[in-house]
Ligand binder design. Structure first.
Ligand SMILES: Cc1cc2nc3c(=O)[nH]c(=O)nc-3n(C[C@H](O)[C@H](O)[C@H](O)COP(=O)(O)O)c2cc1C
Length: 242
């Protein structure tokens, strides 16, 4: 039985090393511990057959009713990436050279548990881990223009739904794995919810209501590209590998 060190610093791998020595067969536990989101990549494009191999491998993931409804659109056209940004996508999108739009078959009777989104996400997680072991960094993005606009732009048929964008690229060399914060938090209880306090994340109550309303109004505005530079300032800033 494996008793892994939870501390990622104790992994014998680090991202910097993966730049020069990718190892698709590195131990799973090390892949999980050393993967981090990156938002800056080498200029070199990932060959399509390699991306496709990683995406196909990712579809070993579980899916509700074994529907296996994934579809992936590789995006390299800078105009498409710029469009995603201008229409309200994450601020760093125009700086990347490749991305993957993940779509999933949208017809389900299980709306309450959102099995479409859950199923789509399994393969995304698998992909991020596999790509990482191949020396490829990624960022999972759902800060995107409204689905109906994405659907129209990328010609996605009505029975499929866009789920998320993954920016991808080879790691640049100065990446170091930073420590995780989760280890000290209460994460597990037995039999039913017995946590000593409710998680007190920062977005509750009025602040959340306000953020939701502003978001809704922003994405309702058809000419939102006029506001893009302004809204840029209010986006969450990531200092880690961005
Ligand atoms: C569902 C989901 C949506 C995300 N959306 C965005 C996004 O829109 N923009 C972004 O820069 N990062 C996004 N991320 C990446 C997270 O910010 C990142 O995973 C988090 O900061 C933890 O960092 P790590 O992946 O290095 O562990 C998203 C991640 C997930 C799982």
């Amino acid at each position: 039985m494996i008793e892994p060190e939870l501390n990622s610093q104790k992994s014998k791998y680090n991202i910097g090393q993966l730049v020069n020595e990718p190892d698709l067969h590195m131990p799973l536990v090390d892949v999980i511990r050393t993967r981090r989101t990156v938002r800056r990549y080498q200029d070199k494009l990932i060959p399509h057959d390699k991306l496709e191999m990683l995406l196909r491998l990712s579809t070993h993931a579980p899916s509700a009713c074994n529907r296996r409804g994934w579809r992936f659109i590789i995006i390299e056209d800078q105009k498409s990436l710029d469009w995603l940004y201008k229409k309200g996508g994450a601020a760093f999108i125009p700086k990347v050279r490749q991305a993957v739009l993940v779509c999933y078959f949208g017809h389900t009777d299980n709306m309450e548990w959102r099995d479409v989104e859950q199923s789509a996400s399994t393969a995304i997680s698998y992909f991020q881990l596999l790509a990482h072991a191949e020396g490829i960094g990624s960022c999972w993005i759902c800060h995107l223009p409204p689905k109906r606009e994405v659907r129209r732009f990328f010609k996605i048929p009505s029975n499929y739904t866009p789920i998320a964008l993954l920016t991808v690229g080879y790691y640049i060399e100065d990446m170091n794995v930073t420590e995780r914060r989760v280890d000290s938090e209460e994460l597990v209880t037995m039999d039913y919810w017995k946590f000593s306090h409710a998680p007190d994340k920062d977005t509750v109550g009025f602040k959340l209501f306000l953020k939701r309303t502003l978001r809704k109004l922003y994405y309702l505005f058809p000419k939102r590209e006029w506001l893009r530079e302004l809204t840029h300032k209010f986006e969450k800033k990531f200092h880690n590998h961005d």
